[in-house]
Ligand binder design. Structure first.
Ligand SMILES: *Cc1c(COP(=O)(O)O)cnc(C)c1O
Length: 301
């Protein structure tokens, strides 16, 4: 599957991804079945949910005749990484507005973004807080000229639309529960819009103080679905992008046993939480749990 659009060639290849069964003594004991959709394998750099969040944004940028994408993120942002790669593949320029000061040497995320041709522009933490205001956008337009703006984390209506399409694809897999990690909530909002009502969606918040997420997901589309869904807030493991010993140990064992890499910000926390819930007997015997590997491994590192 390729995206090709109008005068500008928007090109983003997609590889079909497998659904595999995760086997473990604790899963067998609990009498449940655990599947994993390996969406991390859909593209080498624009991986997992980021592919789906960018899909319709890239098409729209092409339709509107834009030559440049502009977006926002922290120094380790998967979204910055994915947008830089997607722009390069689509022959679009890209600008990344990065929170905080430049530190050298650049970390591997920003190094990669720069190598993809992304222009990096650093702003102070105070200015960064203004990133959603029209005044700030106007300043950026004065500075950089015209661009197609994608918000921090990539969540907007078109991102939700892409994830809705992903969710309808997932309906070929019969599951009682669908589990995924949640940052801004855009991916979950799209999935709950199209998922079969037989499936309960559990989103695992990776940040602290995640009370804003349910109202936000409701607004982005969760309000118009028959499916049950819930944001689980007990498994942030110290907060956004914090390294946690339990999660780190879990990820190592998971990789050794299943040969599947997870990342410590999103999928590591989510799978660690799913195994904890399995051990606690949260999932009824005989049910099928589908976990989404949302990617984010930044080129397999
Ligand atoms: C960005 C990201 C998420 C969070 O997606 P949201 O739509 O912001 O909730 C989850 N998993 C991975 C691997 C990500 O890179």
């Amino acid at each position: 599957m390729h995206l090709i659009c109008g005068k500008k060639r928007i090109l983003l290849p997609y590889s079909e991804t497998p659904t595999i069964e995760i086997k473990d003594p604790s899963i067998r004991e609990a009498g449940v079945k655990v599947l994993m959709k390996r969406e991390d394998l859909n593209h080498p750099f624009v991986s997992g949910n980021k592919w789906w969040k960018l899909k319709y944004n890239l098409l729209e940028a092409g339709l509107q005749g834009h030559h440049t994408l502009l977006t926002f993120g922290g120094a380790y942002s998967n979204h910055i990484y994915a947008t830089a790669a997607a722009a390069k593949e689509s022959n679009l320029k890209s600008i990344g507005i990065i929170r905080g000061e430049r530190t050298l040497p650049l970390n591997s995320t920003l190094r990669f973004a720069l190598d993809q041709g992304m222009q990096l522009h650093y702003v102070s933490r105070e200015s960064y807080r203004e990133k959603e205001t029209p005044a700030f956008h106007e300043k950026l337009r004065d500075q950089f000229g015209g661009f197609y703006l994608i918000p921090e984390g990539g969540t907007n209506e078109l991102a939700v639309k892409g994830c809705e399409e992903f969710g309808s694809m997932l309906n070929t897999i019969q599951a009682d529960y669908l589990c995924l990690p949640v940052g801004t909530g855009g991916t979950m909002a799209g999935i709950v819009k199209s998922i079969s009502p037989r499936t309960t969606v559990l989103g695992f918040a990776v940040l602290k103080d995640a009370g804003f997420l349910e109202p936000k997901i409701h607004m982005l589309g969760g309000g118009s679905t028959d499916a049950e869904w819930k944001v689980v807030t007990d498994y942030a493991y110290g907060g956004y992008a914090k390294r946690n010993d339990i999660v780190t140990a879990f990820m190592r064992t998971f990789r050794e046993r299943m040969n599947i890499p997870l990342d410590f910000v999103y999928t590591g926390k989510m799978m660690c939480a799913v195994f904890d819930l399995i051990e606690k007997g949260f999932f009824e015997r005989g049910t099928t749990v589908l976990a989404i590997h949302t990617g984010g491994l930044q080129g397999g590192s």
